[in-house]
Design a binder for this molecule. Structure first.
Ligand SMILES: *Cc1c(COP(=O)(O)O)cnc(C)c1O
Length: 253
């Protein structure tokens, strides 16, 4: 099945309501398989590449906080949709020179992976008189193409974060390997959970609530089975994206 068949484009509020209900039902079933309660898992709809007019339909169907991976695109939509009570999450790699924009409007940031970026965000958040919820990104697949800290760098990194009091640490984030091998995908999620559990045991103050942001359209059920607290789902809600953004997900070599 192609992505277009699997993820038809949502073009009306009814389409969005149906897709959201289907994703929620799948989330609940995955949570139940793991003996967890589905209402404890937050769905973060990812609206990257989706024009503002279609985001309005999604908002009418109940989407209030949206994930975007490019700051300029997010900032533009934030302005275009300023009449709606929407909140924005930046979920992708961030360059330091974009810290000011993020500090100005974002509610959460899922890809913190360097102290220099933490410093830049802190400075801009002080100026903006704001705080930002952050998830620390870990590279659990070991792929050179993925951002994030190596697992063995995590503890030292977390020990530095209390110095940045405008950043409110919510937990950890990862992207699983893009692979048809379900066990390799699961292994990435499991590693993130193990890192969280170990940190909680050894240094419980470093991780805030210790949430796990993991899982997207193709793998959110596995992520929930492995303990995801936030799943970032785009295509299963909005419809397939053009393949031109395949560069976000380099094919495995
Ligand atoms: C695009 C993206 C997602 C969502 O991917 P879908 O396949 O649309 O569900 C999740 N996380 C990150 C970091 C992304 O960039």
């Amino acid at each position: 099945m192609s992505a277009e068949e699997r993820y038809p484009t949502a073009e009306s509020t009814e389409d969005f309501a149906r897709n959201l209900a289907q994703v929620s039902a799948r989330m609940d079933a995955a949570a139940a398989r793991a003996g967890r309660s589905g209402d404890r898992v937050r769905l973060l709809p990812v609206s990257k590449t989706v024009p503002a007019e279609r985001i309005r339909l999604a908002a009418a169907a109940g989407c209030t906080r949206l994930g975007e991976n490019k700051v300029q695109e997010a900032d533009r939509k934030h302005s275009e949709l300023a009449d709606l009570p929407l909140e924005w999450a930046i979920i992708g790699h961030l360059q330091r020179n974009k810290a000011r924009e993020v500090a100005g409007f974002a509610a959460e940031f899922h890809a913190l992976d360097s102290l220099r970026l933490a410093e830049a965000l802190q400075r801009r958040l002080v100026a903006a008189e704001r705080t930002l919820d952050v998830y620390v990104q870990v590279n659990t697949s070991g792929e050179a193409s993925k951002y994030g800290l190596a697992p063995e760098e995590l503890a030292d990194f977390l020990r530095e974060l209390p110095a940045f009091d405008r950043l409110r640490v919510r937990g950890l984030m990862t992207l699983a390997v893009l692979s048809a091998d379900a066990e390799r995908v699961r292994g990435c999620f499991r590693l993130l959970r193990e890192l969280r559990d170990r940190t909680r045991q050894e240094e419980p103050d470093l991780l805030g609530p210790g949430e796990l942001s993991m899982g997207m359209s193709g793998d959110f059920e596995t992520a929930i089975e492995e303990g995801a607290d936030v799943v970032r789902v785009g295509q299963a809600i909005f419809g397939a994206r053009a393949t031109s953004d395949a560069h976000y997900w380099p094919a495995e070599g």
